[in-house]
Design a protein around this ligand. Structure first.
Ligand code: NDP
Ligand code: HSE
Length: 456
């Protein structure tokens, strides 16, 4: 391992364009932060594919250190000498050109990335939680240092979606991005739908397969998808959207009866991330809405057939029309593919003395509240099977301006189950309707309320 130190300009790109730098032809040195599900695959690919990576970049990549929490864990195929628990010292080394952050979480990841950027290293990260919470600080630091911050793996695992939004579609006007962006919850919902499996056992399977976050609450409560939605909306609409701006519901309240009810009307339940650009208001201002929640979609909808831990992202834009991106959304090897793609790109940029695109947030659009979202709803009610019950319920919907599209009734002795699907209505109007339904004497229980997305 070489220990040569090179001084680093702090505020400008660090070119090696002509081959005249003292380091020309020498390896680009890579520090890896984290060697878990994703990091171990990144390390493996760096070693196994070193000759091809060198050919693609024009210079070799040399893995000079790996920061972990526990030194005593077995790390098959990796030189024990590479490992350290002193991540700060690793990113502070003057001879590190590229830093890959796959620790996850907010701290120490944020401090380490900022330190790496300030030391002049380009950074590749898979950390959607951090980008969605404080991406602006990271982008500013990268801009100030004239280096790259790439994050393809942060959204939808192996699927190229960040670069298409950031680069390929940057000349177009994106109007909506709708996706299944969490592999764990899709895996769980798919098994509940296909096999009638229970929630807890399916979550354990997802954890064993390396799909779930360290704390699976992030997956099942929708935090992970909300972070990805914030990143997607920021990229698509050239504005800053943080995780706190995203309306979020997870899948822990989705019951087997919701899934059966969806199935009965030809729908399937998916956890969706929905990012929409509104039409201009009276002042010409265009707001965005960004939300994550379970939704029923028709089985004929392209997102309905996305199974297992696969992800898919639907993009609609003014000129290109409808685009669908599909592939493995989680797991060590698929995610490492996206990390390596970024690593090659930032390495090439470095060799050319260039930097890729930075943050584009010029549009500064307001984020509209969930109350203003307009969509359709599926409502399941347990009611007394008495004369006039249907009329009283229909009146309640009408009084709140919510129009009913279909009603299905199944009798059960003295009770009946009513399943109502509405036309498009404001979320605030639907919430008010549900509150009023709960006060009707004939309504025993509002058993479930779920949004319905996708054209029928
Ligand atoms: P893991 O929990 O499997 O791995 C985390 C790694 O970070 C471990 O090697 C751990 O060390 C190390 N680590 C934790 N804390 C520290 C610390 N303070 N200092 C140094 N090292 C530390 O996570 P994943 O690989 O699953 O995820 C990594 C990132 O990739 C996250 O941001 C995640 O959201 C993202 N991601 C994950 C995907 C997946 O499918 N798993 C898909 C897409 C993105 P040790 O090994 O000693 O415990
Ligand atoms: N836990 C995440 C998921 C990993 O299940 O999608 C990929 O970001």
């Amino acid at each position: 391992m070489t220990t040569e130190a090179v001084s680093r300009p702090q505020t400008a790109a660090r070119p090696d364009p002509s081959g005249s730098s003292p380091r020309s032809g020498q390896p680009l040195r890579v520090a890896l932060l984290g060697c878990g599900t994703v990091g171990s695959e990144v390390a493996r690919l760096l070693i196994d594919s070193s000759a091809d990576l060198q050919a693609r970049i024009g210079r070799p990549l040399e893995l000079v250190g790996i920061a972990v929490r526990r030194l005593n864990r077995p790390r098959a195929g990796l030189d024990p000498e590479l490992f350290t628990t002193d991540a700060e010292a690793l990113v502070g080394r003057d001879d590190v050109d590229l830093v890959v952050e796959v620790i996850g979480g907010i701290e120490p990841a944020r401090t380490l990335i900022l330190s790496a950027l300030r030391h002049g290293a380009s950074v590749v990260t898979a950390n959607k939680a951090l980008l969605a919470e404080d991406g602006a600080t990271l982008f500013t630091a990268a801009e100030d240092a004239g280096v790259d911050l790439y994050f393809e793996a942060a959204v939808a695992g192996a699927i190229p979606i960040v670069r298409p939004l950031r680069e390929s579609l940057v000349g177009d006007e994106i109007t909506s991005v709708i996706g299944i962006v969490n592999g764990t919850t899709n895996f769980i919902l798919d098994k509940m739908d296909g096999e009638g499996a229970g929630f807890a056992e399916t979550l354990s399977d997802a954890q064993a397969l390396g799909y779930a976050e360290a704390d699976p609450t992030a997956d099942v409560e929708g935090f992970d998808a909300a972070a990805k939605a914030a990143i997607l909306a920021s990229l698509a609409f050239h504005t800053r959207v943080t995780a706190a701006d995203v309306y979020r519901e997870g899948i822990t309240d989705v019951t087997t009866s919701d899934i059966a009810s969806a199935r009965a009307i030809g729908f399937v339940v998916k956890l969706l991330a929905i990012c929409e650009l509104a039409d201009p208001d009276a002042d010409g201002q265009r707001s965005v809405s960004v939300r994550v929640h379970p939704a029923m979609i028709p089985r004929s909808h392209p997102l309905a057939s996305v199974g297992g831990a696969y992800n898919a992202v639907f993009v609609e834009s003014r000129s290109a029309g409808r685009l669908m991106f599909y592939g493995p959304g989680a797991g060590g090897s698929p995610t490492a593919s996206a990390v390596l793609g970024d690593l090659v790109t930032v390495a090439r940029n470095r060799v050319r003395g260039a930097a890729g695109p930075g943050e584009s947030s010029y549009a500064a659009r307001p984020v509209s509240p969930i109350d203003d979202v307009v969509t359709r709803y599926h409502i399941s009610l347990e009611v007394a099977d008495v004369t006039g019950v249907l009329a009283s319920i229909a009146t309640c919907f009408a009084e709140h301006g919510v129009s009913i599209q279909t009603v299905r009734q199944a009798g059960r002795g003295s009770d009946a189950q009513l399943v109502i699907v509405t036309h498009r209505a404001r979320d605030a109007a639907l919430s008010a309707t549900v509150r009023a339904l709960r006060t009707l004497p004939a309504v025993r229980e509002v058993a479930s309320v779920m949004r319905v997305e996708g054209d029928v």
